[in-house]
Design a protein around this ligand. Sequence first.
Ligand code: GLN
Length: 492
Amino acid sequence: MSLANNTIASLRDQIVRGETTAHATAESALNSAEKLNGSLNAFLEIDRDGALNRADEVDKKLKTETADETSALPALAGVPIAVKDNICVRGLQASCGSRILGPYHPPYNATAIERLIAAGSVIIGKTNCDEFAMGSSNENSAFGPVKNPWDLARVPGGSSGGSAAAVAAGIVPVALGSDTGGSVRQPAALCGVIGLKPTYGRVSRYGLVAFGSSLDQIGVFARAASDVAAVLQVIAGRDRSDATTADVPVPDYSAALTREMAGIRLGVPRALLGEGLHAEVRTAIEKAIDAYHDLGAEIVEVDLPHAKYAIAVYYIIATAEASSNLARYDGARYGYRAENAPELRDMYRRTRDEGFGAEVKRRVMLGTYVLSAGYYDAYYLKAQKVRTLLRQDFGAAFARCDAILTPTTPTTAFLFGEKMDDPLQMYLNDIYTVTANLGGVPGISIPCGLSAEGLPIGVQLLGPYWSEARLLHLAQAYQTAHPLQARPQVHA
Ligand code: GLN
């Protein structure tokens, strides 16, 4: 059996009807993961034994329950899932794509993981990512880059490239990533899958290794909108272990998928569709706008006047928070420690020098600089003020529309090495995604077409706080009308 053509609902049905088992499903995912990892490098750890044991437990539970009870089977019973390597799963590694955490095995589960396990899901492994989730191409992983399943010479996007590639290649139906400035939506766009970043505070960050704490959110990858809905349903909601989770009711996401399009207003910020946007992406986005119009949505113009500052603001706030969060990796507490460092300060220095890669060091230096006494007001404080203006832009825009439509990325997947020598070019890739994290609003990337070279293009929708149900409905409507007509070169 291949998982490439199955949704969570179809898998669950087959398991309940006895046509397959959680064991066979997990085995199929594990086989594909192992078989394709040589070409994709999407997984840093594949947990064959753990996954099969877990699947056996699900099967046992199924057998001992009567037919009536199986219909009340947990929502994700037997569903294999891949998890980005910066989310803690007890007993598995959590390297965050970094040498400094390479040997670290957390003794606890992230809240999202606890909830997935309780819902019957089977974690098959940890996925490769840019070091500490810093990057847009996966080339910053200490363990080599993930390859894009549509074209192995190209990047899968970052930082959650392993999760995006695993879903795109049909290894798993769903995967978790994290999105601080676009790391779920951007790789989703470049790999031709859906990627959702929930509202800040919707999903617990407990057990997600911190990068930029005021921006980070766990997000979901899937090929089908209904699968994103099913996973979000399980992981969303208040968590006592994360005080930034909100006590806002979690709606029925699956029920929302079939809502009506009539009355929906989609806002297009035309001013953002200018410089730097590649012609093919622009054409695909114009087609997506027309497609939503044809589906019954009203298209209105909106303005986000401060969005032009978003990249600058993001790279000040994210680096400031990262420099503080990453201070804990000193060789004393987690993971790697430099050898032959007899003196304490020397041990700190050498551990960090040997353990962190170039991009992480660059960010720690930038972050320390913008927080330093002499520059705090000029950079950090100023950035926080502009962040407030950007939030106000969103408030004004959402008074005029239900969701804002933009490209997810300015280009399709680029070649390895293309932007590595120019960090600013790499940062500019995030131009459409970072605004959502700065504003705290949810965003989704939906595959909307293919370039002439056959590379996927993503359209992004941003909504007001807690509007995930609306975004999922819009994704479902688009996918039903315009499914992607091709599959990646490398797939299960
Ligand atoms: N590409 C952005 C960065 O490098 C976003 C990363 C993320 O969302 N984790 O910071």
